[in-house]
Design a protein around this ligand. Structure first.
Ligand code: KG4
Ligand code: ZN
Length: 377
């Protein structure tokens, strides 16, 4: 049975995992840097690289110990090549290269977005669901990405064609920025998810420009119809709402109060958040999810797909899951998500995505390097 050690350092999580035969997670260790970046309200690239350097050795060691294996019983090492923060990626790539060289193991380079897509497959296999119908439309929605990929597989080799992406902010970035401007801290997604359940999603009206054709001067990777997203407008709309409704003083008070609480609970957030803000948060979340669901379903119809994969950090959102399940059922499409721990960044998804490449003998040449802007094909 093939065991692959996966390593992931593309953003603010140092992660390592051992996955058996591309389908069974034997160990999965994630060291999050939330506490380091929290005071800045977002990821600071230099701090991320420094934290990866500090954490990579103990995290990889913990993943091997968790799997009760040493390097002699690992068949290959897989690492995220990109996309992501250049300095952060370099830590993982350099460490994986050194390990592969010293332990004389093959090295496999994995695209982070392909990792997110394979997190869904990992989950399906864990649930014993072998009935996957192609083609698949995969929405990768996270802090760095909002991408739609038309995906197919032939003889273990997956191919991807991008049919939509964000023109500006990623959806998760919009959650994070809106949380920050409302004094709710970082990361914003999980907090907004919990607070939105207590607000009225119809209280504030947001509209979206429907962007469907490639912008001028932009070459399309795919000749078919495009389904692009844009989330910077809604962030500005929330900011304007805050200004016109005189919410700044309450936001500042909330920000200061939350800084005093080491690990705020949902009750703490609710105690510090007024009804108007809860309504604003619920309306914002409803608008973003409505757009994600609407465009993904439209893309699925246009490309005649059988199955939807919804993955990435924002796929942990409860309302997003419910809305996708309802709409997919209505349109007769299958929809699959990773478990919540596999939705956000982890290395099990990297080891899983590496397995078909291992079978195909698709190994990284010794001179390969990290690529911050790596494209998925
Ligand atoms: O996939 P991920 O861990 O890292 C990237 O590759 O970006 O995604 C992190 C993003 C953050 O923007 C975070 O706010 C968002 O995912 N997120 C959520 C939820 N949990 C995490 N957004 C909405 N609802 C959630 N429950
Ligand atoms: Zn990610």
């Amino acid at each position: 049975m093939t065991h692959i050690l996966g390593i992931e350092t593309s953003c603010d999580e140092t992660a390592a995992a051992v996955v058996r035969a591309g389908e069974q997670v034997v160990s999965n260790v994630v060291s999050s840097q939330f506490a380091v970046h929290k005071p800045y309200g977002g990821v600071v690239p230099e701090l991320a690289s420094r934290e990866h350097l500090r954490n990579i050795v103990p995290v990889v060691r913990a993943a091997l110990e968790g799997a009760a294996r040493d390097y002699s019983r690992i068949d290959a090492i897989a690492v995220t090549q990109g996309p992501g923060l250049a300095g952060a990626l370099l830590v993982g790539v350099s460490y994986a290269k050194a390990l592969a060289f010293a332990a004389e193991k093959p090295l496999i380079a994995v695209n982070h977005l392909e990792g997110h897509i394979h997190a869904v497959l990992l989950q399906m296999k864990a649930e014993g669901n072998e009935n996957l119908q192609f083609p698949v439309m995969a929405l990768v929605v996270s802090g760095g990405h909002t991408h739609l990929y038309l995906s197919s597989e032939r003889e273990n080799l997956w191919t991807y064609s991008n049919v939509g992406k964000t023109r500006d902010d990623a959806a998760g970035e919009a959650f994070d920025k809106v949380a920050k401007l409302l004094g709710l801290g970082y990361p914003g997604g999980p907090v907004i998810d919990r607070l939105a359940q207590h607000g009225d999603p119809h209280a504030v009206k947001f509209t979206f420009a429907q962007i469907k054709s490639p912008a001028r001067g932009e070459k399309s990777e795919n000749p078919g119809e495009r389904f692009d997203f844009s989330f910077s407008g809604i962030k500005t709309a929330v900011l304007r709402y805050v200004e016109t409704h005189g919410m700044q003083a309450a936001i500042e008070a909330r920000r200061r109060a939350l800084l005093e609480i080491p690990k705020p609970t949902t009750e703490d957030f609710l105690r510090l958040t007024d009804r108007g803000t809860l309504n604003l948060v619920a309306s914002f979340q409803r608008a973003v999810i409505g757009d994600l669901v609407g465009k993904t379903l439209a893309a699925a119809r246009s490309y005649n797909v059988e199955t939807l994969f919804i993955t990435g950090g924002v796929a942990a959102n409860s309302e997003l899951r419910t809305r996708f399940e309802e709409r997919a059922a209505h349109e007769g499409l299958a929809v699959a998500f990773p478990s919540r721990p596999l939705s956000t960044d982890n290395a099990a998804m990297i080891a899983a995505a590496a397995y078909p490449k291992f079978l195909a003998g698709d190994f990284a040449p010794p001179e390969f390097s990290a690529e911050a802007g790596l494209v998925l094909r």
